[in-house]
Design a binder for this molecule. Structure first.
Ligand code: HMG
Ligand code: MG
Length: 278
């Protein structure tokens, strides 16, 4: 078991993607540089998606390029969210070595988010993961709506996740998304106790949104069960434009506070500078 907290700082992607204001490339680079200076060196710096649908993320390739020039030693820590082959090709072109693919257990959310059914998305992910591996990229797979969906309500992760298991061996990280922030600790515990995640424990990242202030209890529970990897966003900024009502991720500062309470080392220096007042 790992003894150090690991944070994937998703503020520059999940945090900014649905922000009311569109930050310039320079502002986003400054935001990430500030996070790096505080010791957050694993950062999702943007997404290579359709800029007409998510204008806040336009220019993420430029953000990435500027960051690797400024912080070459952290290149492998800077990742980009990639929805399809077009996104992956761009990631390869700009020298990105760490990509995050995404899908969901909810048919409705997947259709709205990526214009794919779950089955279509699974079929598309297979060759994408293979291509990323050929390029020796680090791969992450996000699965959204694990516990709840804004359109379909309460989900059944123990059953819904079965179809994704063949991909679990093929990626380096699996991020389980509580997209709406409705997951209770009882639901998280039921999933953990079921045992379905057991073979991939070391690769599991928890991605709790904090819409209903349930995320901290879930992080505490997960740490108590020996999990040490969490997605979080500086200041708790964020949401998903395709999941109505979803608010930000659990704040990075909160995860650090919990880690300190529970005696887990983290190596992050607070305060974190935010690009705007949430
Ligand atoms: P599509 O319509 O099926 O794609 O969209 P298409 O191939 O038919 O292309 C349509 C247009 O999109 C074309 O442009 C393409 O060039 C463009 P047009 O001819 O109309 O000008 N396009 C792209 N442009 C830039 N980069 C690309 C790209 N691909 C196509 N990679 C697609 C499919 C997935 C692209 C689209 O639905 C999309 O971009 N969706 C955005 C999804 C998104 O960013 N969601 C938020 C992130 S997920 C999330 O927040 C959840 C998470 O945090 C975990 C959790 O909380 O649960 C990860
Ligand atoms: Mg999210």
């Amino acid at each position: 078991m790992k003894s150090k907290l690991e944070i994937c700082e998703v503020g520059p992607r999940d945090g900014l993607q649905s922000a009311a204001q569109i930050l310039s490339v320079a502002e986003r680079v400054t935001f990430v540089s500030g996070l790096v200076a505080c010791g957050l060196t694993k950062v999702e710096v943007g997404s290579l998606v359709n800029p007409k649908l998510v204008p806040t993320m336009a220019g993420s390739d430029e953000v990435f390029a500027a960051l690797i020039e400024r912080h070459p030693e952290h290149r492998d820590g800077f990742s980009l969210l990639v929805p399809n082959e077009k996104g992956l090709m761009r990631a390869i072109e700009i020298g990105c070595s760490s990509v995050a693919f995404f899908t969901a257990t909810s048919e409705t959310f997947n259709k709205k988010n990526i214009n794919r059914s779950v089955a279509e998305s699974l079929a598309e992910l297979n060759p994408l993961i293979a291509q990323a591996h050929e390029q020796r990229m680090r791969t992450r797979l996000y699965i959204s709506t694990v516990f709840d969906c804004a359109y379909e309500g309460t989900k059944h992760p123990e059953k819904d996740l079965q179809q994704f298991l063949p991909l679990f061996d093929r990626v380096d990280e699996i991020s389980l998304g509580d997209t709406t922030g409705k997951a209770t600790t009882m639901q998280v515990a039921a999933l953990v106790e079921h045992g379905i995640l057991q073979p991939w424990r070391e690769k599991i990242w928890w991605h709790f949104h904090d819409t209903y202030r349930l995320a901290a209890a879930n992080v505490r529970y997960a740490i108590g069960q020996g999990f040490t990897c969490f997605d979080a966003s500086a200041g708790g900024i964020g949401g998903c434009p395709f999941s109505p009502g979803a608010k930000g991720n659990i704040a990075t500062e909160k995860v650090i506070e919990i880690a300190e309470e529970l005696g887990l080392a983290h190596g992050v220096q607070l305060p974190l500078a935010l690009p705007y007042t949430p």
